[in-house]
Design a protein around this ligand. Sequence first.
Ligand code: MG
Length: 301
Amino acid sequence: MKFLNFRQEGSTHLGAMLGESHVLDLSAVWPAEPVPMSVEALILAGDVALETARQLLQQYQGRQDGAAVHSYTALEILPPADPQGRNIFNVGRNYREHIIEGNLANGRPADAFPVAIEFFTKPRTALVAHGGQVLRHAGLTNSLDYEVELAIVIGRGGRDIPVADALDHVFGYTILNDITARDLQRLHGQWFKGKSLDTSCPLGPVVVHASAIADPDALMLELEVDGELRQRDSTASMIFSIATIVSSLSEGMALLPGDVIATGTPKGVGFAMRPQRCLQAGQTISARIEGIGELVNTVVD
Ligand code: MG
């Protein structure tokens, strides 16, 4: 099951993919009150609502027409996260070869690896949907960069979640492009400012339910700029696994339904290239993850 938010006559609706090319408007066909109007609302409504969604998808399987069935490409997709929720959580350096490239670019010893997970956050005001525009912020930064990342969406909240139980707290997975102004990241010491400019958090297009992902620690992910492959690796290259990340972040700090946790990016970012190849206005960024889909955004002045 792949869930998404889209705009319909001025309001947010909850949709689900019917195959590759069509979307069922779950909000329009929901059989009982209260009607979930977003992915967040579905998560908060719990297992009974999820079962209702599953039955509706079975009922509409194969349909490509009707008032509640839309062509995916015709829809205005919204980020699959509540804009009013708390900050997006992010894991910093987590892929071995990306850490080495970053160390070399920053004049550090190549093999200086983190001993604990590096967490930071991005405000939800930075969210952008699939198909949306990423601002170049040319007056502020000379080194706007991309980072494809697998993002966890929390289903059941909790604190001090053991590693062995951590995946039971995951609702599903989506794609996050952790757009970063490298010069601001360095200038301000702490990463927050350089990671938080408006439009620096493309997310989506769908949240794939965890039941459809056999092993989140073995997914291929890749990113292209104008069709040129820049990043390609597997989540199997992560130092800290999905379960370890959820468990670690929840230590002494409650996770809530709908929380989003991005898990770090593999090698191939623009600032580590020689010469550096950071983002320019007019470029198109395509971030893909196996089993989830493709998140496409354009950079504009
Ligand atoms: Mg990142």
